[in-house]
Design a protein around this ligand. Structure first.
Ligand code: LLP
Length: 403
């Protein structure tokens, strides 16, 4: 992404999230083209970046949404995604969330346990509705990614085993208030190997075939999200190869393919801009202290994730430094051993690949306001979320303050 960082920062301040909407469009189109000629829907995983304008941009391109809370469902609807393109997943849906999702008549609820299925059936009965559902199958495949974002093994909390899924489909098929229309799996995030995806597709497609044999006809084959992106030098999965592996596994079956990419759509569309406050050197280390922190971008602290960091318009001999924020935690860093030139107060750093799981995982820790967010589109920039103020942060507490 080529951006006039200085102009943006002058206009909007720091720390700042910036997203290239043209890049997002390009990613959407590339993936959609890989599925050309087949029935498919891209359900953008809202959790990756849930800014309303980001979702609205994808909505205009024709995307659906994958949501994991009723809040995300509402965001998707507010952003203009059609209700019949919204799916609602998650291991722990509350009754009120289930009720509202059924009332909003979204495409389907993706179920992750037998207990949840019974709950959905009960609530659908109360509402005198038939709930369209899919079941998340755990194919017990090692996705070969970071353990925190690996989800397709039996040791993870997600989905149900094949045999249990089959029993659930048989039950749901008999129920007047459940309509089993889909099947789902998601083995992990930041996947860079195709084999685990191919293997999972085969296992789940076999289950679809065995259900078909007992007259349970599944319509939607949802392969989850997880396509990895380049943060550093990763070799990633080509959309064409991804599509081909999926379609091979479902050969002979009349299915609509659903997939739920989040990171693929937005990670490399985004940058996080932060300003240098101070430099500090002790006998062992150089620290660059910036105004962005772990509360703004948690990935480095939480997963030891790598984000490329560059200084803007500064020359000089580089040396290694830890880029750290003002938060009172030793784990508050954006980068370790980053090669940087000598820096001064107000110099700017760009933290790359910050469009996914950046702002959405931000918090107000240390009573730090959430950053502003800006969209770049067709050579223009526009604010898509105001910087939070102190007043925004205390609004829900002020009325309860005792004299
Ligand atoms: N579908 C399901 C059921 C998921 O659980 C997820 C992500 C996705 C789709 C989207 O996955 P993606 O295409 O973005 O890889 N906070 C972590 C990532 C957590 C992913 C959780 N589930 C990170 O910053 O790396």
């Amino acid at each position: 992404m080529s951006i006039d960082t200085k102009a943006l920062v002058k206009k909007y301040g720091t720390p700042l999230y910036v997203y290239d909407f043209d890049y997002i469009e390009n990613r959407y189109t590339t993936l959609k083209e890989a599925f050309a000629g087949k029935k498919s829907m891209i359900n953008y995983a809202v959790k990756a970046n849930s800014n309303l304008s980001v979702i609205a941009h994808l909505a205009k391109l024709g995307a659906g949404a994958d949501c994991v809370s009723i809040g995300e469902v509402k965001r998707a609807l507010d952003a203009g995604i059609d209700r019949y393109k919204i799916i609602f997943s998650g291991v722990g849906k509350r009754d009120d969330e289930i009720r509202e999702a059924l009332q909003k008549d979204i495409l389907l609820l993706n179920l992750e346990s037998e207990a949840e299925m019974k709950r959905v059936e009960m609530i659908a009965k109360e509402l005198d509705k038939e709930a369209r559902i899919s079941i998340r199958v755990n194919p017990n495949i090692d996705p070969q990614t970071h353990p925190y974002i690996s989800t397709g093994l039996h040791e993870n909390k997600f989905g149900v085993e094949i045999n249990m899924a089959k029993r659930m489909y048989i039950y749901a098929n008999k129920s007047t208030h459940l309509n089993p229309v889909g099947i789902h799996f998601h083995i992990g995030s930041q996947l860079t190997k195709l084999d685990p995806i191919r293997e999972s597709c085969m296992i789940v497609a076999d289950l679809v075939r065995s259900l078909k044999a007992i007259k349970i006809d599944i319509k939607f084959f949802d392969v989850g999200g997880g396509i990895g992106v380049v943060y550093d030098k990763e070799k990633t999965i080509a959309p064409q190869a991804y599509a081909q592996a999926i379609f091979e596994s479902i050969k002979g079956l009349d299915l609509t393919l659903l997939c739920e990419p989040g990171r693929y759509m937005v990670a490399n569309a985004g940058a996080f801009l932060t300003r240098v406050l101070y430099e500090k050197v002790n006998d062992t280390k150089r620290f660059v202290i910036v105004d962005g922190a772990m509360n703004d971008l948690l990935r480095p602290s939480l997963y030891n994730a790598y984000h490329k960091i560059e200084a803007i318009g500064v020359e000089g001999e580089c040396s290694e430094a830890d880029v750290v924020g003002p938060v009172c935690e030793s784990g508050d860093f954006l980068g370790k051993a980053v090669s940087l030139p000598p820096l001064e107060h107000n110099d700017l750093l760009v933290v790359h690949s910050a469009g996914a799981y950046g702002f959405t995982m931000a918090s107000n820790y240390n009573t730090r306001p959430k950053s502003a967010e800006v969209a770049l589109q067709g050579g223009e920039d526009r604010l898509i979320r105001q910087r939070e103020s102190y007043e925004d942060q205390v609004r829900l507490e002020m009325d309860y303050l005792r004299p």
